[in-house]
Ligand binder design. Structure first.
Ligand code: CP
Length: 302
């Protein structure tokens, strides 16, 4: 599961419905992955992705192995050799890497399924949890309208892909595009559905949205980096008019969404995080239930 290019709309909708079912009846799946192991490789920091996959494996009766890139031989050896070995010992690999091209090397070398735990282009696991959350709160996906406001990045790409595949409209309000995330094929496919729109008018996008979503303005590894200070200040100045706050959300009953980690006072104000229509913590919790559904699907348990 690298992105949704090899998935059908039906498979995505099925996965979301299964995630809701697994959340409702966790005990039914308590031993389903007994004796199975998941390797979790992290080249970047994480809270939710690490915890949700590890707890998911525990609650499904399996075992997860945390592998910090810097303390493995991935730093010294060929990625393909390391994955060829790893996939003879584990049943599934989840990796959060800096480059999609390295993830694709893993896919080519692996005997077992590989899950993208977020690279510079895509964050498919997050999108599944997000759509699951919208379905729980709104009772449906088809016909819903999502406004994504902020930087066009990996999270934005996966939302564009997933929303247009399940019949949701998505309007992106993204004055900055991460060059490394740009995927012409994905955008072309989304445009053909007629469900994908782009504007710089945040107020208008919010006015007809059922859910309003934002993400960090600066890549997580750069947020505290002094070398990135100038670029960070430039972005803050350019993006501040697009902050999710009381003024932007005035008269809107839309769900407020954020994939976390949150940078209060930047992409979203503190009041909006705890607003009655904020579903941010539901989204984060749903990473656990949706990771379970993703793994059960990849292990052919559905
Ligand atoms: N949303 C998300 O992927 O969270 P982490 O970076 O903490 O894993």
């Amino acid at each position: 599961m690298i992105n949704f290019k090899d998935w059908t709309s039906e498979e995505i909708e099925f996965l979301i419905d299964k995630a809701i079912e697994v959340k409702r009846e966790p005990t039914k799946y308590r031993t389903i992955l007994q004796d199975k192991s998941l390797a979790m490789i992290f080249q970047k920091t994480s809270t939710r992705t690490r915890v949700s996959f590890e707890v998911a494996m525990t609650q499904l009766g399996g075992h997860a192995i945390y592998m910090d890139w810097l303390t493995t031989q991935f730093t010294l050896a060929d990625i393909s050799d390391e994955i060829k070995y790893l996939s003879r010992n584990v049943d599934c690999i989840m990796a959060r890497l800096k480059r999609n091209s390295d993830l694709m090397k893993m896919v080519s070398a692996s005997r077992v399924p590989v899950i993208n735990g977020c690279d510079e282009k895509y964050h498919p696991c997050q999108a599944i949890a997000d759509l699951m959350t919208m379905k729980e709160h709104k009772g449906k996906l088809r016909g819903l309208r999502l406004a994504y406001i902020g930087v066009h990045n990996n999270v934005c790409n996966s939302l564009i892909e997933a929303c247009t595949m399940v019949g949701m409209e998505i309007t992106i309000v993204t004055p900055i595009v991460h060059e490394s995330a740009y995927d012409a094929e994905l955008l072309e496919k989304a445009k053909k559905t007629g469900l994908y729109h782009s504007t710089l008018d945040a107020k208008s996008a919010v006015s007809y949205a059922d859910a309003v979503y934002t993400d960090t303005w600066v890549d997580m590894e750069l947020f505290g980096d002094p070398k990135f200070k100038k670029e960070k200040e430039k972005r803050i100045k350019l993006l501040m008019p697009y902050q999710i706050n009381n003024k932007l959300m005035e008269n809107s009953k839309a769900l407020i969404m954020h994939d976390m980690p949150i940078h209060r006072g930047y992409e979203i104000s503190g009041e909006m995080v705890k607003a009655p229509n904020s579903v941010i913590y539901d989204q984060a919790e749903n990473r656990l239930h949706s990771e379970k559904a993703i793994m059960l699907k990849l292990f052919n348990k559905f």
